[in-house]
Design a protein around this ligand. Structure first.
Ligand SMILES: Cc1cc2nc3c(=O)[nH]c(=O)nc-3n(C[C@H](O)[C@H](O)[C@H](O)COP(=O)(O)OP(=O)(O)OC[C@H]3O[C@@H](n4cnc5c(N)ncnc54)[C@H](O)[C@@H]3O)c2cc1C
Length: 406
């Protein structure tokens, strides 16, 4: 489209679960939408993710934040259930529950305390399980490792490719144009007012732009402090149905491994790569032997029964983190027409609702849920955080060097 000028009401940048959700909800409100995706639909973190739906990830002692997250993640699930009634593509949403597992007495005490607080706030979706109950939910976990867990039955998993594709297809039915292999080089602004985007030497004019590029978002919009973090995943051969609960394991709140059995029976396992030097390229999507071996060794400890199973594929993706762990959702302060929706380390629990919020704000200038605490400008003027690797890997290093792996 060299030299040509296109026009839209809204340009959405990014064709992951979040960008396609924005395109769908904007189109369903009658906006003329053009979605620009640098590669293919779901070619970023979305197509590389485990598909776990975890309504309340993390062990945040800040219970207000936990409560606030639930408001959005539960709305997200409700929207996805609505999708299921009308969407052409089934994205395999399964609410089979998720265990958050404690592997030390201290972690179990922390979980117990958190669950008590959550119950006192009326969150009855969460249950504390002791070791025996945890193992009866998921007998293939290593009994020597487990102290207990908390279980949220409304958690589960979905097929992330199909979610993004389903939203894109429905947006297209409503008139949205999806431009693949179309990298946005610049969001064009005059006097802090959005005019459109530049793609190669062409322009797409629009009064509103949605930056939904997650790990890449800071490259297009300065000041939003979304940091790319590499996360790796691997998938096993198809297995008979293992106990249905996907699991999340966090060591002292900083380090996470997730595993989930997909609708096709493959076990999808993932976690952060090893710590890298501060100047490491976190957009690097190659996967290296040391990181594969590292995840495999943890998996062998956590699921001894999976030791002989073949891993058929492994990969890496860049996901977006913000310094406070919450996504950035809202209008960019001081810029008319720019909406940011980025900073998702667990986007499957946010994508649909974030798309609706972007559409509500752009079309109605108000949102049905309070997004103020996720203001994309909240880090402007604050000291920059240096975090080559936001997960603290020391806990598991200690665990391994204590001889947990034979
Ligand atoms: C290995 C791994 C496992 C994960 N597991 C889970 C999980 O189990 N559950 C969960 O909820 N989350 C998980 N995540 C995180 C999840 O993938 C993300 O939170 C989610 O996909 C974010 O969606 P998104 O649409 O915001 O970002 P993305 O899917 O990354 O989409 C951003 C898109 O923007 C495009 N883009 C970038 N720059 C430009 C540009 N200049 N012009 C045009 N397009 C551009 C990219 O190509 C990309 O397609 C995992 C991530 C990884 C990497």
């Amino acid at each position: 489209m060299a030299g040509r000028i296109k026009k839209a009401d809204v340009v959405v940048i990014g064709g992951g679960a979040v960008g396609t959700a924005a395109a769908y909800h904007l189109s369903s409100r009658g906006k003329k939408v053009i979605l620009c995706e640098a590669r293919n639909i779901a070619s970023g973190a979305t197509g590389r993710c485990g598909g776990m739906i975890v309504h309340c990830y993390g062990r945040d002692v800040n219970i207000d934040k936990t409560d606030y997250r639930l408001l959005f993640t539960r709305a997200n699930t409700e929207i996805m259930k609505e999708y299921q009634k009308t969407f052409e593509i089934d994205f395999q949403l399964r609410q089979v529950g998720c265990l958050d597992i404690a592997i030390s007495e201290k972690e179990y005490d922390d979980l117990e305390r958190l669950v008590k607080i959550q119950h006192s706030l009326g969150d009855d979706g969460i249950v504390l399980l002791d070791k025996k109950e945890t193992l009866s939910e998921m007998p293939n976990l290593n009994p020597e490792l487990i102290f207990g867990s908390r279980l949220r039955k409304e958690d589960g998993n979905l097929n992330p490719f199909l979610l993004a594709r389903a939203q894109a297809v429905e947006a297209q039915k409503l008139g949205a144009q999806v431009l693949l292999h179309t990298k946005v080089d610049e969001i064009i602004m005059t006097n802090n007012e959005v005019q459109g985007v530049r793609v190669n030497d062409s322009v797409i004019e629009a009064e509103n732009v949605v930056n939904a590029t997650n790990g890449w978002a800071s490259l297009l919009t300065e000041g939003i402090e979304v940091i790319p973090v590499r996360e790796l995943a691997m998938v096993t051969e198809r297995l008979p149905e293992l106990p249905p609960q996907p699991f999340e394991m966090l060591c002292l709140g900083d380090f996470a491994y997730g595993a989930t059995q997909t609708a096709t029976g493959n076990y999808n396992l993932g976690g952060p790569g090893p710590a890298r030097p501060p100047d490491y390229d976190y957009y690097d999507e190659k996967i290296y032997a040391d990181e594969v071996l590292r995840v495999m060794s943890y998996i062998a400890v956590i699921f001894p029964g999976l030791s002989g199973v073949s891993v058929i594929r492994s990969w890496v993706g860049a996901m977006g983190f913000t310094p406070d762990g919450m996504p950035s959702i809202g209008p960019m302060p001081g810029v008319k027409g720019l909406f940011i929706t980025a900073g998702y380390p667990a986007g499957m629990s946010w994508a649909a609702v974030s798309g609706r919020l972007a559409a509500e704000y752009i079309c109605e200038k108000q949102t049905s849920l309070p997004i103020g605490s996720m203001d994309p400008g909240r880090f402007i003027g604050k000291p920059k955080i240096k975090w080559p690797q936001p997960y603290d890997l020391t806990v598991c290093h200690d665990f391994l060097t204590e001889g947990a792996i034979a």
